[in-house]
Design a protein around this ligand. Sequence first.
Ligand SMILES: [Zn+2]
Length: 138
Amino acid sequence: MASHVNRECPYCRHLIEHHIPLFDYALFIGPERLICPQCGKASLTGRRYWADLSAVWKFLVVRGLLISILMYGVMFFLLLAAGVVFVVDKLLDLPVTNEFASLVLLPISLILSAGYHGLRLKKLATPQPEHRNVAAQK
Ligand SMILES: [Zn+2]
């Protein structure tokens, strides 16, 4: 079973979006049409803006958002922890405790992740100026 989705242009096979994880809310929420950067034709995405989503799809978006925040949080945490351990331990010669890592770095990582996904979802949830023009051409 594939774990991600590639979206290609149905007219010229140009790969528009690739490696979207199956749980990603970007599969469900967003502009209904995409303009292919290569041939300029619009194709349907199967996505809808938040107001037009059914209850089941809203649930999928919320679930995808939570999974994404957790996954990115872990990723940010690993990056931060690696950076902090390098700076504090190697350069300053101070020990990094597990308590410091979990009490300080983990919340920072989750806040960073939630902020990133909050901005991304906000962009996808409502029509953007350039997409509004596309919708009007229907
Ligand atoms: Zn195309």
